[in-house]
Ligand binder design. Structure first.
Ligand SMILES: CC(C)(COP(=O)(O)OP(=O)(O)OC[C@H]1O[C@@H](n2cnc3c(N)ncnc32)[C@H](O)[C@@H]1OP(=O)(O)O)[C@@H](O)C(=O)NCCC(=O)NCCS
Length: 277
């Protein structure tokens, strides 16, 4: 399909009826999302779809993290439709309403995504690395933890915006592990993924607590695991390396027309995932 033809591909709404096709797009890119992830993002956010006839060929979602951010995620273009401007058009659609409302569009970009967003005015505000490894723990099947007000407040201070709805959803899933410090001064959630269990968010007031929560989480997991670690969280990276985890890919956190975003990065030892922040 030529670029001029792709410009005619209409952009409309992405909904739960698109779930199977959307999952096929994230699997094509080698990503880890399962149906529960797409459902969560479509329930809380606004989805955009590019279709060639009836066929879903590209997606983007915006998650509202009020009052600070609109999180842009799931920017995916089917292989044959790439390099024809579709990602640019989708992200423009996703960000127009946010910027008009004074909300900062933020995202975690793959290296290919960063090429697209940099041209649109997104600037780097942080670096992350995805670590992948294998755990020999026993599947713990943790009971759903209660996300207390203290955990919510800690998360808002760390992340810079309210994402209680995300935490409640993750905590309500049949997670392999979920550890909340009795003091409320740290927590770790996890979720089952397509290729691996994702550990995160890991938020804690200090490094010792972060490492203790991480160790308990890793010991409770059987099989493949991924953890997305900010570059500042060197102790977490060292702990993962010590367990045989290896860096899989970098991400760059980017904000539109900004060099910094709100929040307290020192409290974040692993993010929820690039699609959730
Ligand atoms: C990254 C991705 C979304 C880009 O989609 P796309 O529709 O091809 O992007 P666009 O056509 O809008 O690209 C606009 C510009 O960005 C740059 N760009 C896009 N993809 C690039 C790549 N893989 N490498 C280098 N530059 C790239 C180019 O400058 C391009 O303009 P050009 O084609 O005139 O040279 C697509 O390759 C994809 O789905 N990849 C797998 C999933 C992924 O990484 N998504 C991003 C998540 S943050």
């Amino acid at each position: 399909m030529a670029r001029s033809d792709t410009a005619a591909v209409p952009i409309g709404a992405l909904g739960v009826d698109d779930l199977d096709a959307a999952l096929a797009l994230s699997a094509e890119a080698g990503w880890n999302q399962v149906a529960a992830d797409w459902r969560l993002m479509l329930r809380l956010g606004t989805g955009f779809a590019a279709r060639d006839g009836d066929r879903l060929v590209a997606t983007a979602i915006v998650l509202p993290y009020r009052p600070a951010f609109g999180w842009v995620s799931m920017v995916l273009v089917n292989g044959p439709y790439r390099r024809r401007g579709l990602a640019t058009r989708l992200v423009e659609r996703a960000t127009t309403a946010l910027t008009a409302a004074g909300i900062v569009p933020v995202l975690d970009a793959t290296p290919a995504g960063a090429e697209v967003y940099g041209r649109m005015g997104f600037r780097p505000v942080g670096n992350l690395v995805r670590w992948r490894g294998s755990c020999g723990g026993r599947f713990a099947g943790a009971p759903a933890p209660a996300i207390t007000d203290r955990v919510r407040d800690l998360d808002t201070e760390a992340f810079g915006a309210d994402r209680a709805a995300i935490l409640d959803d993750l905590a309500g899933r049949p997670a392999p592990v979920a550890v909340i410090a009795p003091s409320g001064a740290g927590y770790l959630l996890s979720r089952a993924g397509r290729t691996a269990t994702q550990l995160g968010p890991l938020v804690a007031r200090n490094e010792a607590m972060a490492l203790s929560l991480l160790a308990r989480g890793l010991d409770g997991i059987a099989g493949a695991a991924v953890v997305d670690v900010p570059e500042e969280a060197a102790a977490v990276a060292a702990h993962l390396a010590g367990r045989g985890f290896v860096p899989e890919r970098p991400y760059v956190r980017m904000a539109l027309d900004r060099d910094a975003i709100s929040g307290t990065p020192a409290l974040i030892h692993a993010i929820a995932g690039p699609e959730l922040g």
